[in-house]
Design a protein around this ligand. Structure first.
Ligand code: ARG
Length: 586
């Protein structure tokens, strides 16, 4: 289905053409004064310049044509030349019924579906998954769902940090504690030797310990660098240990992401890019882009109109090891080879903006992707605590994702009346979903690039812009439909508009397609949060003003049930696009 403004623009464009003007003047927008009219066209102002006539006269001519069309209940010209449009109830109902019957619930489908690689999550193996990675996972999951809903092919890649110094640190520390493990022996043989199984609690303890120690102990730090280097150069014992670390760490991550409702198509990491590094260096060399700088190899990525100095990107350090930019460039080669994507989007912390500018420029300069490939950095702001500083636990440490999930589940339990649940597992499951909805919505409602304050109390409120309120709204509709004996899949068509609050509700539903298009264009889930919230508010008002189940007029009752069923359908769709799972009751 087309977005409503698209449908209306086509009609108004035709009217402009019929009146003898350029049809492109007929673009229609949602009114920013919904109290005055529902939609607006400001084309008469541009027309006035081209055709040397007063905008009021042009708008009047177009209005006269539009008045003939019964999809409008009112077409007005407001001084000095605005065209204000209000839809007829019949048209609102037809559109609403079409959305209800649409398999995409009114979401406009892309004319030319693109292949998009989405790089999000980005946790580091062997380091505890902490909430710094939470935003990337939450925002990325939503952007993935939004793009897919429009018909694009999206490949979600977690891009694990699995090849860097953190592994060298863990290897070094384990070697100190267990010098007898076969994987540390120079004659380790993968055919016969094994690596002890590791558990995640050990890894979570070892990495911070080793990292801290390396800051003060020069020799230890050197050893960790050496271990990283040897790992990257294929020392068999280290590789075997690395695999064991990866296995344990990934299993733990999968569990946590699953609880969050975040999934990835590819569990590739920096290590997967390693085999493309020679090809990368070769290409850079052949294009004459490599320069030497203090023993390192760098590529100049500055442009003539850069306002601030743009440092060159380092692709090989003086000790010949590859670094973050090297793996990102090599990964672009891999993605191009595997998927030939139209776009690669990176959902990463704002603080990495410069890194990605350098990487993208270098990739384009070296022709790693065609010039038309869109490489885009979708940066996000920091999750702060009440003190305005990056969020910490009460003890001042970094909150682990797992602890966060437990905290929000407990928070939700405190909010829910345990009596209304079937059994303990039902209660647990719903508490987790409500908790996750609270943090996801609390995050996504913010403009992506802005910092925000993580405030669980606020997120759990049953009022205001919260995930809790939205889930609660769905459960209220569920309960009305249940009482009316309506089961899913059984949908009454909408046949009448009886009150103003319905008109408002219908309009909110009809605007969904426009909101969606905007969210996709700007990769901004916050528009969907806002619109889901507005829809829930309109529903509350409608529900407050009318008695649905006891309505004696059967036609009206049926139509209302159809309406709230549709509200539920749209809300569920929007929640799904946000990566939020609804609950049947709460
Ligand atoms: N692992 C990185 C970090 O923790 C984030 C990875 C982002 N993605 C990328 N392609 N570099 O900072």
């Amino acid at each position: 289905m087309k977005a409503i403004t698209q449908t209306l623009s086509e009609i108004v464009s035709q009217a402009f053409a019929q009146a003898g003007y350029d049809p492109s003047l007929g673009a229609v927008n949602i009114s920013d004064r919904l109290d005055l009219c529902q939609f607006q066209c400001n084309g008469a102002f541009s027309a006035a310049k081209t055709y040397h006539k007063a905008p009021f006269v042009i708008a009047g001519q177009v209005a006269e044509i539009l008045q003939e069309n019964d999809i409008f209940s009112r077409v007005e010209v407001a001084k000095p030349g605005f065209l204000n449009l209000t839809m007829s109830d019949r048209f609102l109902l037809d559109q609403a019924n079409a959305i209800a019957a649409d398999p995409h619930t009114g979401i406009p489908q892309a004319e030319r579906p693109a292949t998009i690689v989405l790089d999000y999550g980005g946790p580091n193996v062997a380091k505890p998954l902490h909430i710094g990675h939470l935003r990337s996972a939450i925002i990325g999951e939503s952007i993935k769902r939004i793009a897919r809903a429009a018909g694009h092919r999206v490949i979600g890649d977690i891009h694990l940090g699995d090849w860097g110094l953190q592994i060298g640190l863990v290897i070094t520390e384990l070697q100190q504690r267990h010098p007898d493990w076969r994987c540390f022996a120079a004659d380790f043989d993968p055919a016969v030797d094994t690596v002890p199984s590791l558990d995640v609690a050990l890894l979570n303890e070892v990495y911070p310990y080793a990292s801290k120690k390396s800051k003060t102990d020069e020799a230890y730090a050197q050893q960790a660098h050496q271990a990283t280097y040897e790992l990257q150069n294929g020392r068999p014992g280290y590789l075997a240990l690395w695999k064991a670390i990866l296995q344990t760490s990934i299993a733990d991550m999968k569990g946590n992401y699953e609880k969050l409702g975040v999934t990835f198509d590819l569990w590739y990491g920096e290590s997967n890019a390693d085999r493309y590094v020679p090809q990368l260096m070769d290409t850079l060399e052949k294009k004459g882009l490599l320069e030497e700088s203090d023993g390192a190899l760098v590529v100049d990525v500055s442009l003539p109109d850069d306002k601030a100095p743009m440092p060159p990107v380092i692709v090989r350090k003086s000790d010949h090891s590859s670094i973050y930019a090297t793996t990102d460039l090599a990964t672009i080669i891999q993605r191009e080879e595997d998927f030939h994507p139209d776009k690669i989007w990176y959902v990463v912390d704002n603080r990495q903006g410069l890194h990605f500018t350098q990487v993208f420029r270098c990739a384009k300069k070296a022709g790693l992707v065609p010039p038309s490939t869109e490489l885009e950095f979708l940066g996000f702001g920091t999750m702060n605590g009440a003190d305005g500083k990056p969020y910490k636990t009460r003890e001042g440490g970094i909150m682990k994702l797992e602890d966060m999930i437990n905290t929000v589940t407990a928070g939700a339990q405190a909010k829910l009346e345990s009596s209304s649940f079937v059994d303990e597992s039902d209660y647990q499951d719903i508490a987790r979903k409500v908790g996750v909805a609270a943090i996801k919505f609390g995050d996504l409602i913010n403009q992506r690039s802005k910092d925000y304050v993580f405030d669980l109390n606020k997120f759990f409120s049953f009022e205001g812009k919260t995930g809790t309120y939205l889930l609660y709204t769905v459960t209220r509709i569920n309960s009305i439909l249940r009482k009316a004996g309506i089961t899913d899949g059984q949908m009454h068509p909408l046949t009448g508009v009886y009150t103003d609050s319905e008109r408002d509700l219908l309009l909110k539903i009809l605007m969904g397609g426009d909101v969606f298009s905007r969210a996709l264009a700007e990769k901004a889930p916050n528009y969907l949060c806002e619109s889901a919230y507005q829809l829930a508010i309109s529903f509350s008002k409608f529900y407050h003003d009318n008695r649905i189940i006891d309505e004696p007029d059967e036609a009206k009752r049926q139509s209302w049930l159809g309406l709230i069923h549709l509200v539920r359908q749209v809300l569920l769709k929007q929640l799904d696009l946000l990566g939020i799972e609804a609950v049947e009751h709460m």
